[in-house]
Write a protein that binds this ligand. Structure first.
Ligand SMILES: CC(=O)SCCNC(=O)CCNC(=O)[C@H](O)C(C)(C)COP(=O)(O)OP(=O)(O)OC[C@H]1O[C@@H](n2cnc3c(N)ncnc32)[C@H](O)[C@@H]1OP(=O)(O)O
Ligand SMILES: O=C(O)CCC(=O)C(=O)O
Length: 384
């Protein structure tokens, strides 16, 4: 299995999520945190956005982080010159490569694309910049034309080709085919950039890796245009656990960076969001909790220890007697089987009505009511 380098684009495509705007301090903090986490490459912004953006990018460059820093550029002189001013090491020079976008976005044709790629890659190399050729809308492009452009670009000095599923329409089997094809035809680093419009960004990214991608674009919490990009946390954990690929990312630091980006972006992470959601290691269902109490491995696909997190077992409508006994045990109360069944009924009724788990004090109250009822029944029975 090939090695995989993460080129995280939280600070570029992540910030493109409508309504998200990081300030300078937030951009710098996120760049620093990603680098400390072990992410090897960071796409830190779009220099052509103006002086302010360039200044922040330059400030990130000045941090001298161990990660390689990239800038995103359109295929034009102004963007390239703006990128040069930031002193980043590498640019992603983006060509809308489908006939659809060449015609309907740029009003250009394939010949123009080939000439401009050759000219601008040459210029970038003369400026001392490493180049990734970004193929925007690659999923709707003629793959033979992608190869033709890549060959021209390679002669001009690119080291990498980015295949962007700009509108998020790929599915894993087609992505696998495309990357196998590109890998067979090109001797270049290959990068995948996936969007989550159909919920397949991570699956498509993994498929690209199997097909030969050497680099993957990710964003923290899956932030990004529309439905977002492939989530850093999902890709890292899936590559590690399902494919045996270590990306060099310290998984223990993932919850903290997720919280940092959640806060800076103003985009709340869903409770059940894989890996980083607050509830993804919380269990209520009786059969699962019983299984976990007996042996964690029974219901553990992803080990929360990898993230410095732990399982959380809660009482609710779907609980079973084992969890009821265990919860009361934690309060120093030993329940009989019969008591556990009665209290389970109380807990179910409470959770359905209150839409939450009972607090320890409420469990104590249920128990007190139960024992008082049992005592009075004993007395009544004795008097009868
Ligand atoms: C798929 C992606 O995610 S691509 C990245 C998208 N990100 C962003 O757009 C966020 C930041 N963008 C911006 O700040 C601005 O759009 C800027 C500074 C880049 C450009 O701003 P403006 O010059 O005002 O142009 P505007 O955004 O309205 O239009 C885009 C122009 O770029 C052209 N363009 C778009 N992509 C490319 C490309 N890859 N290469 C060359 N030209 C391109 C469009 O055709 C249009 O040019 P036109 O004026 O000749 O029709
Ligand atoms: O061309 C690229 O670098 C990819 C740009 C992008 O963000 C996309 O196509 O979704």
């Amino acid at each position: 299995m090939n090695q995989v380098i993460i080129d995280d684009t939280t600070l570029r495509d992540g910030e493109q999520s409508a309504g998200v705007a990081f300030n300078a301090d937030e951009k710098i903090a996120i760049a620093r945190a990603l680098s400390e986490l072990g992410v090897q490459e960071l796409e830190i912004g779009i220099p052509s956005m103006g002086d302010e953006e360039r200044e922040v990018m330059r400030a990130i460059v000045d941090l001298k982080l161990p990660s390689r820093l990239l800038a995103w550029c359109r295929l034009c002189d102004t963007d390239l010159k703006a990128a040069y001013l930031t002193k980043v090491e590498m640019v992603d020079l983006s060509l809308p490569i489908s006939d659809l976008m060449l015609k309907h976005k740029l009003n250009r044709d394939r010949n123009w694309a080939l000439q401009e790629v050759e000219r601008l890659v040459t210029e970038a190399r003369l400026l001392g910049l490493e180049v990734c050729l970004g193929c925007e809308d690659a999923s709707r492009a003629d793959i033979e034309f992608i190869v033709q452009v890549a060959e021209v670009a390679q002669r001009a000095g690119i080291r990498r080709l980015r295949f962007a599923d700009t509108v998020g329409i790929m599915e894993p089997f087609s992505m696998l085919d495309r990357f196998r094809f590109l890998k067979a035809r090109l001797d270049l680093e290959l990068e995948v950039h996936a969007h989550d419009d159909f919920g397949l960004a991570t699956a498509n990214t993994l498929a690209a890796v199997v097909g030969g991608a050497t680099h993957i674009n990710t964003t923290v919490n899956g932030l990004g245009e529309r439905a977002g990009n492939a989530a850093l946390e999902e890709c890292v954990l899936a590559l590690k656990n399902l494919y045996g690929i270590d990306t060099g990312v310290n998984t223990q630091g993932i919850p903290a960076i997720s919280a940092l980006v959640e806060q800076a972006s103003g985009r709340t992470v869903a409770w059940q969001k894989s890996v980083v959601g607050a509830g993804v290691f919380t269990h209520e269902a009786g059969i699962h909790v019983d299984g976990l109490l007996k042996y964690r491995g029974n219901y553990e696909g992803l080990n929360p220890d990898e993230l410095g997190r732990s399982h959380c077992l809660v009482l609710g409508k779907h609980s079973g007697a084992h969890m009821v006994k265990s919860s009361y045990n934690n309060l120093g109360i030993e329940l009989s089987d019969q008591q556990a069944q009665i209290l389970l009924g109380c807990i179910r009724a409470f959770s359905t009505q209150a839409k939450r788990s009972p607090e320890p004090q409420e469990l104590q109250d249920f128990y007190r009511q139960l024992t008082e009822t049992q005592a009075s029944e004993l007395v009544t029975g004795g008097m009868a």
